[in-house]
Structures are given as structure tokens and as C-alpha cells.
Design a binder for this molecule. Structure first.
Ligand SMILES: [Zn+2]
Length: 160
């Protein structure tokens, strides 16, 4: 059994998740961005909904060449080391979960905390927003809408 602490949040309307667990007696950190299909234009989402890489199913895990996709261009801690497809069942929209970890050789003598990881999450999301402009989630009706300034409700809801 292994204990994992999970933080969830959103930054500039992009959901993220931070995990902390232990490897030996050290803290290990990971963070993930969640890409929700309705929030992106179709071409962008299709470009990150990857085909499995053939003949590289290792220990029954499917491998995706995510670092060759646009995900590889984001400002991760190191590089992207996690990719999974989520949702898409029973009419639910699809999501991609992509992330990175803090267990590289160059992390060995560093102590991280959740504030630092969150700071890097925000840098990573900013690097995404340099490439693509996602829709915003309406806090009233739950639809995604194109926004002009910093309104957090869609046009239909603002008129009500
Ligand atoms: Zn609305």
C-alpha cells in the first residue's frame, strides 16, 4: 500500500493535479495537466489524442510517442513522462492527462514543496497558452465559451 497526496486546481482554466508520494524516505512529486476535449479546437485535440506506438507495448502498458507531439514542446519539469487517455466512455467527452515527475538524476539533491511544483505547473500552462487559446468554462451553465477579457460566464448567462 502506498499513500499519495493529491492536490487539484485550475490555472487560467486549465485543470491540473499535483501528486506527492514517497520513494524510500524521499518525497517524490509529479504533476499533470488535464486537456478537456470541448475546451480545444478539434485539430489541436486530435493532435494530442495519439495513436499507440506499434510494437512497444511493454508489460501490457501501451506506449505513446508523446514527446514527438505538441506535448513535447511544453515547459515540463524535465520532459513529459506521463500520458494517458481518459473519459470518452458512455458519451462522456475525452480528456488527455499528461505530466512529468521530479525523480530525475538532476533532482536528487533538491527538496521540493507544493508551492514550487505549483509554480512550475503555472509555467507549463503558460507555455501551452503560447501555442493554443482554449475556451473558458462558464461557471454558471458549464458550457465552454470563447472569451474576450476575463469574464467567467458565457454570453448567454451574462444576459440573464
Ligand atoms: Zn453559461
Amino acid at each position: 500500500m502506498k499513500k499519495v497526496s493529491v492536490w487539484n486546481g485550475q490555472y487560467k482554466d486549465i485543470p491540473f493535479e499535483i501528486n506527492k508520494f514517497n520513494i524510500g524516505n524521499r518525497d517524490a512529486w509529479t504533476f499533470y495537466l488535464i486537456f478537456r476535449e470541448p475546451q480545444f479546437d478539434g485539430d489541436f485535440f486530435e493532435s494530442i489524442w495519439l495513436e499507440p506506438k506499434p510494437f512497444t507495448t511493454i508489460k501490457k502498458r501501451t506506449y505513446y510517442d508523446y514527446n514527438s507531439s505538441i506535448l513535447g514542446n511544453l515547459n515540463w519539469h524535465g520532459e513529459c513522462t506521463w500520458y494517458s487517455k481518459e473519459g470518452g466512455l458512455d458519451g462522456e467527452s475525452r480528456r488527455v492527462k499528461a505530466g512529468c515527475d521530479y525523480s530525475h538524476l538532476f533532482d536528487e539533491n533538491h527538496i521540493y514543496d507544493v508551492d514550487y511544483v505549483q509554480y512550475e505547473v503555472e509555467k507549463c500552462i503558460d507555455s501551452l497558452l503560447d501555442i493554443v487559446t482554449p475556451l473558458r468554462w462558464c461557471t454558471r451553465c458549464g458550457d465552454f465559451f470563447e472569451y474576450k477579457s476575463d469574464e467567467n460566464q458565457c454570453e448567454n448567462c451574462t444576459k440573464k
